[in-house]
Design a protein around this ligand. Structure first.
Ligand code: PLP
Length: 404
């Protein structure tokens, strides 16, 4: 599998690359790099406006990729909108839906385990509209309580509940279908942040049942610069646009304009054409592997990661207890007694191991956990046990360097 990813041909100080930072961004297979290069080299033209053959090829590549990307998560192409990333997808909902539907006396409910991308847009919306922003607590096992969700919904003021499918810090896989069903029954809308789910496990947005489901291409073997928002079509149809300008209009006169059909109503200006083509190649690659197999591979590796980390004295993993990879996505965040997480990452780097250290764009969660930072190891389709062995070796020798 690593052979499909050119970056693994590189050596760092003579060492092979042990890339354990896939939760931050994934590496790219050669087929994605080639698809982007081939598009730029041979099929480049703007989309939705040319009548010549080259422009028709660009259109077919762009809209064809939309169809395959939508199918990858069981969504409709018309309700599959391209954004810059998941952050922009969430902002789209906060602006285009939130400004029209959330007001004084209303509440938006999120959780303590959200990435800043799923916190700050709601803070800004609620502050502007005089609404309340409330949080579902994370329990001691890194999970959310459905009873607490019910209690919040029973207050009657919640207009939207936004939560992550898989936590980028705890690894927790939330019971998203149960949650969206409860939110719906209470007459509120749901938004699920699928950034850490779609690249790693089979996701069917119809089964998840969210009104909005967002994810980001660069974590799913695709290029940077492309994110995806799946929305419930009838809601998207009622919404005003987010960004305005070219391509998103049906007609424009001197004082007003009417909007294009879905999904283009939400795609103002020239879109990220080569990036969408690249993401199309990425989902083709993942589909060929089979997302069940991807999940099985990563689940086994996560189990191995948790077992090996448990051998390191003074190491504490946050999130669901135990060493069973079934309870979490492909990552483990941890602290190591006596060594700051940034030093842990630097020690790993010296051994050719890439891990992330910091607050992982989840500062409210860090406060709940009582830490300012953690180190995080995360796996992808290309990861192997040897990467984890290299990490554990680096941690053990790091402890020795620190005299622990
Ligand atoms: C759960 C989660 N949500 C949102 C994001 C933001 O992704 P992007 O920077 O691609 O918008 C990330 C990225 O780390 C994430 O892990």
């Amino acid at each position: 599998m690593k052979g499909d990813f050119p970056v693994f041909n590189r050596r760092f100080g003579g060492l092979e690359l042990a890339y354990l930072d896939s939760a931050s961004t994934s590496q790219k297979p050669g087929v994605v790099i080639d698809a982007v290069a081939d598009h730029l080299r041979n099929h480049n033209a703007n989309v939705h406006r040319g009548v010549y053959a080259l422009a028709e090829e660009a259109d077919a590549a762009f809209e064809g990729a939309r169809g395959r990307i939508a199918a990858f998560t069981g969504a409709e192409p018309q309700a599959t909108i391209f954004t810059k990333n998941v952050t922009e997808a969430i902002n789209l909902v906060a602006y285009a839906w939130g400004r029209a539907n959330v007001g004084a006396g209303d509440a938006v409910l999120i959780t303590q385990m959200e990435h800043h991308a799923n916190i700050v847009p709601w803070q800004v919306l609620c502050r502007e509209r005089g609404a309340a922003l409330r949080y579902l607590e994370v329990d001691e096992n890194g999970g959310l309580s459905l009873a607490a969700l019910d209690a919040e919904l029973a207050r009657g003021d919640v207009r939207l509940v936004a939560f992550t499918h898989v936590s980028n810090v705890l690894g927790t896989i939330n019971p998203v279908a149960e949650m969206t069903a409860r939110v719906r029954a209470a007459g509120a809308l749901s938004l699920v942040d699928g950034a850490q789910a779609v690249p790693h496990m089979p996701v069917d947005v119809a089964e998840v049942g969210a009104d909005f489901y967002a994810w980001t291409g660069h974590k799913a073997l695709g290029p940077t610069g492309v994110g995806v928002l799946h929305g419930r079509r009838e809601i998207l149809e009622r919404m005003e646009p987010f960004l305005t300008g070219g391509d998103m209009i049906a007609s424009v006169d001197s004082q007003s304009a009417s909007w294009n059909e879905l999904p283009w109503k939400f795609e103002a200006g020239t879109p990220m054409i080569a990036e969408v083509v690249g993401l199309g190649a990425a989902v083709d690659y993942l589909s060929k592997l089979g997302m069940d197999r991807v999940r099985a591979h990563e689940r086994a590796l996560t189990g191995y990661l948790l077992e090996r980390l448990a051998e390191v004295p003074g190491l504490r993993v946050v999130g669901p207890a135990g060493t069973d990879g079934a309870a979490r996505g492909g990552l483990a965040s941890f602290t190591l007694q006596g060594i700051h997480p940034h030093d842990v990452a630097e020690l790993a780097n010296r051994a050719g191991v890439c891990i992330r250290a910091g607050h992982h764009c989840a500062q409210p969660l860090m406060r709940c956990l009582g830490v300012s930072a953690t180190a995080r190891a995360s796996v992808g389709v290309y990861s192997e046990q040897s990467d984890i062995d290299a990490l554990v070796e680096a941690l053990n020798s790091g402890r020795a360097v620190f005299g622990l």
